[in-house]
Design a binder for this molecule. Structure first.
Ligand SMILES: Nc1ncnc2c1ncn2[C@@H]1O[C@H](COP(=O)(O)OP(=O)(O)OP(=O)(O)O)[C@@H](O)[C@H]1O
Ligand SMILES: [Mg+2]
Length: 313
């Protein structure tokens, strides 16, 4: 790769579908070797962004370079240097693990001894060696994702685009998949990954939060968590609905978020408000478990930032 360029750079990158602005003037720079996470709700524009960066779809406005090459004018230079695992990655179900790898080796013209060596290494790397003869359709969901990743790596790309690579996979397989990504990160590969999972976002060097086509925030996970104003109190009340009504009257309350039967309250001063909260709730006959101050996670930060953005509009 040309050393003077960032791995990815976009300038007002925009894609419209008729009246809908799927990606809205995106300005983003990803350094070489970074693991960059793109998170955002359904329809935020993640896939459209990745498709433009992979030179599969042209922008309607703005531009982007990948590995220093323009995605519109130099698409072929980009395609050689990247690996792209699409959101609905298609393996050939009737083909075995090894046949799928051979198939992708054909497409990318990886031949001879080089092909043999790489496939052996990738099977090992993806922990699939003992399943080499199994049909892809008969692999577990997690193994299929690992095979898809291995196929994406056959031509040794320098930049990897992964569009929700672990969606629908059980937590243990997700963790294993991310351990594999960590190894790729250590090898110096640039990874651009979209994910709906906040625990995965926490593992990235930097994270961009996308909402309705726009990048709301883009920073290191710790910095993003630091953007939330106020301190966080967590509690598990017996009667959630009633508790929320009572809590609305708490002084110093900034924001309330619900997670299942947990309530997360952002307040001005947690140590001051916790005793006030406890007496407010007990006065109304609401029992409370697990009342404590806690640190905001990525999830709280994102919800808070999206709400703030919506309130501004
Ligand atoms: N080819 C297309 N034609 C028309 N509209 C499209 C097309 N592709 C995407 N869109 C629209 O653009 C918006 C962004 O879609 P995109 O698939 O990029 O979102 P996403 O963040 O990947 O969502 P998800 O998490 O569901 O995969 C959506 O409103 C979608 O309906
Ligand atoms: Mg998508």
């Amino acid at each position: 790769m040309n050393d003077n360029h960032p791995a990815i750079k976009t300038e007002n990158l925009t894609r419209k579908f008729r009246d809908l602005v799927a990606v809205d003037h995106l300005n983003l720079e990803v350094k070489r070797g970074e693991t960059f996470g793109l998170v955002g709700p359904d329809g935020a524009g993640k896939t459209t962004t990745i498709r433009m960066l992979c030179a599969i779809m042209d922008p309607t406005e703005g531009s982007a370079t990948v590995a220093g090459f323009d995605t519109v004018k130099q698409a072929e230079d980009i395609k050689k240097r990247i690996g792209y695992m699409a959101q609905r990655f298609n393996l050939y179900g009737d083909l075995s693990v090894i046949e799928n790898l051979n198939f992708f080796a054909d497409i990318f013209e990886v031949r001879g001894q080089e092909r043999k060596d790489r496939i052996t290494r990738l099977l090992e790397f993806a922990r699939l060696t003992e399943f080499r003869g199994r049909r892809a359709a008969h692999l577990s969901g997690g193994m299929q994702k690992k095979l898809a990743l291995a196929c994406t790596l056959i031509h040794q790309p320098e930049i990897l685009f992964l569009d929700e690579p672990t969606t629908g996979v059980d937590p243990i397989s997700r963790r294993e998949f991310w351990d594999i990504l960590s190894e790729l990160h250590l090898q110096g590969i640039t990874i651009f990954v979209s994910t709906p999972y906040m625990d995965e976002a926490e593992r990235c060097s930097r994270v961009g939060l996308m909402h309705e086509g726009q990048l709301i925030v883009c920073d290191q996970p710790d910095k993003i968590k630091g953007l939330v104003s106020g301190e966080l109190i967590e509690l598990r009340p017996t009667n959630l609905r009633q508790a929320k009504e009572v809590i609305a009257g708490l002084e110093g309350l900034l924001e309330v978020q619900t997670y299942g039967d947990l309530l997360h309250l952002f307040v001005d001063d947690a140590s001051k408000r916790i005793p006030e909260l406890a007496s407010l709730l007990t006065a109304q006959g609401i029992a409370v478990e697990g009342l404590r101050q806690t640190r905001p996670r990525m999830e709280e930060a994102f919800i808070s930032l999206i709400r703030a953005q919506a309130a501004e509009e």
